[in-house]
Design a protein around this ligand. Structure first.
Ligand SMILES: [Zn+2]
Length: 43
């Protein structure tokens, strides 16, 4: 399974950056790479 750690921006459209993973060659929106906000679960 690829974690998409190595990516390269290939295009920008309508303010959305598109990146390509250099490992698996998958293309997706850069926003999808944003780490999900870590919810503090430290009660
Ligand atoms: Zn990948």
């Amino acid at each position: 399974m690829c974690d998409h750690n190595r990516t390269e921006m290939i295009a920008r459209r309508d303010g959305v950056d598109y990146v390509e993973c250099l490992e698996c060659r998958e293309i997706f929106e850069a926003e999808d790479l944003e780490p999900i906000a870590v919810e503090e679960d430290d009660e």
